[in-house]
Design a protein around this ligand. Structure first.
Ligand code: Q9C
Ligand code: ZN
Length: 341
């Protein structure tokens, strides 16, 4: 299996996030990708640089003004006399009943963000764009005949919506991969999101579409981030009705409950008869994860990979979360090796 990776991921670093009422060092840190890279190299996978996809490729799933905001946000921040990481402190919440994009950087940042846990630093755009190119490259390999590919994306992407960032995500790498497959001969594409957190961004992007099925298994938003989406009764709208399916699970979920839920999610995917699969691969379902509460063990990740292979679909794996950095490489490589076994 080929791996797309760019060292530019490290340009996104140095921020703090607001976590349970405190500014703490980001859980989403560069060493995550370094450890995954080591593990996939140890497993003998072939690692390549992403292809230089143009900025316009992003507009297949994102709003142009939003992309321009991300590209220039830190420049504007510096032009306003600030330095270091930028976090929003005001958001256009429901009851404000207005949809105006402020020209000032603080308001604009709050307009496009949905949390204060996703700092932008000087190199964030470069890193996020490179991660998107990794996802597009892995999708291109599969479109050109590879049976599977892995995009080692950092920063992650599944919380990023059409014109929204948050949850450590800026550009939706998995959505870009799915759309790329749609644009290159795959009529029906399924996205299976196994990150611990609901993939609200991917759900947003494909909410009204029947050509991309979105299925997510995650911690219940009653208690877990992103709180406001990921409930079982969210099933898409309009043409997309029935093409979004959510499987929220309670805190403390172990393999005993996770395994059958994975089977149920895979049954939904099988029923859709897709031509390709994109897996939003978060390993924050791990028992050692510092911000999550499922109890999967390292030995379970190869089993997930084996199960996914049973779908017998061209498959693009896209890296999402996972914050137990010491074990992240082993857990990710476990899924990929299980898939190939
Ligand atoms: N106090 C991904 O795994 N912070 N994003 C939660 C809880 C956001 C996780 C704060 C977690 C985002 C890609
Ligand atoms: Zn996550």
């Amino acid at each position: 299996m080929k791996v797309a990776h760019s060292a530019l991921h490290a340009r996104h670093d140095g921020g703090k996030e607001l976590h349970r009422g405190e500014l703490v060092p980001c859980f989403e840190m560069p060493v995550r990708a370094d450890y995954i890279l080591k593990a996939v190299e140890r497993a003998g996978f072939n690692v390549s640089e992403p292809r230089p996809f143009a900025l316009e490729s992003l507009l297949r799933v994102h709003d142009a003004h939003f992309v321009e905001f991300l590209r220039t946000a830190h420049e504007e921040w510096r032009a306003a006399g600030k330095e270091g990481f930028m976090l929003p402190s005001g958001f256009p919440a429901r009851s404000l009943r207005r949809d105006h994009i402020p020209s000032g950087i603080n308001g604009k940042m709050g307009y496009y963000a949905f949390d204060a846990s996703t700092p932008i630093v000087e190199g964030t755009w470069e890193a996020a764009f490179a991660a998107a190119q990794c996802a597009l490259t892995a999708a291109a390999w599969v479109a050109e005949g590879d049976k599977s590919a892995y995009a080692l994306c950092r920063p992650p992407g599944h919380h990023a919506g059409y014109a929204l960032y948050g949850g450590y995500c800026f550009l939706n790498n998995a959505a870009l991969a799915a759309q790329y497959l749609r644009d290159h001969g795959f009529a029906r594409v399924a996205v299976l999101d196994v990150d611990y957190h609901h993939g609200n961004g991917t759900q947003d992007i494909f909410w009204e579409r029947s050509d991309v099925l979105f299925v997510s298994i995650h911690g219940s938003p009653e208690t877990e981030y992103p709180y406001f989406l990921g409930y079982a009764d969210e099933r898409g709208e309009g043409a997309g009705e029935g093409y979004t399916r959510n499987f929220p699970l309670p805190r403390g979920t172990t393999w005993k409950e996770y395994g059958p839920t994975l089977s149920a999610a895979m049954d939904v995917i099988g029923g859709f008869s897709p031509d390709a699969l994109v897996v939003s691969l978060g390993v924050d379902t791990y028992e050692g994860d510092p911000i999550s509460s499922f109890k999967l063990a390292t030995s379970h990740y190869p089993l997930i990979g084996q199960r996914l292979a049973e779908l017998k679909l061209p498959t693009v794996f896209v890296q999402e979360g996972g914050y137990a950095v010491d074990d992240i490489g082993t857990n990710v490589a476990g899924v990929l090796e299980g898939f190939l076994s």
